[in-house]
Design a binder for this molecule. Structure first.
Ligand SMILES: [Zn+2]
Length: 159
């Protein structure tokens, strides 16, 4: 679905690291996904059967905070994400991905602190949730996450 906000895939520099060693310090183990369907955070689409992918631990807030030169402190966390095992082209559309299920939009301040969140159940309600988040001048970015698993899907930044 179309939106005025952009979903950010995992950045190329982080992907380069993650394809060798993940953010938990574990060596990355690529595999062929026979069935497909894994939500890929590099291309922001589901994998096709037979693609080479890897499940790695990723620390989105830590990565963002290091770009901003801030310390997220105890808010730093890492969790499992699927990525392509080798260098890939990234998203081929700017349509908002992974809106097929209910999600949490978690808000973070410029200091990397959680400022609350919102449950989004309707694919059409993502825009409203982002607008609501960024209407608060204290919100610097949001994470879109799975509700039951808590897994990070992608980041949306102000402006
Ligand atoms: Zn990819």
């Amino acid at each position: 679905m179309k939106t005025t906000y952009s979903a950010l895939p995992i950045a190329p520099r982080a992907l380069k690291d993650l394809r060798t060693t993940d953010d938990a310090g574990r060596p990355t183990t690529p595999f062929t996904d026979a069935e497909g369907g894994a939500p890929l955070r590099c291309c922001l689409r589901r994998g096709e059967p037979g693609e080479r992918i890897a499940l790695v631990s990723y620390a989105p807030l830590r990565r963002w905070a290091s770009e901003q030169d801030i310390d997220p402190g105890a808010y730093d966390e890492q969790g499992p994400v699927f990525i392509h095992a080798e260098e890939c082209a990234g998203p081929d559309t700017d349509a908002l991905p992974f809106t097929n299920s209910h999600r949490t939009v978690r808000r973070y301040s410029a200091e990397g602190r959680i400022l609350g969140g919102r449950l989004v159940e309707d694919p059409a309600a993502f825009d409203e949730a982002f607008t609501e988040a960024f209407d608060d001048p204290a919100v610097a970015l949001v994470h879109v996450r799975a509700v039951e698993y808590g897994c990070f899907y992608y980041e949306v930044r102000r402006g």
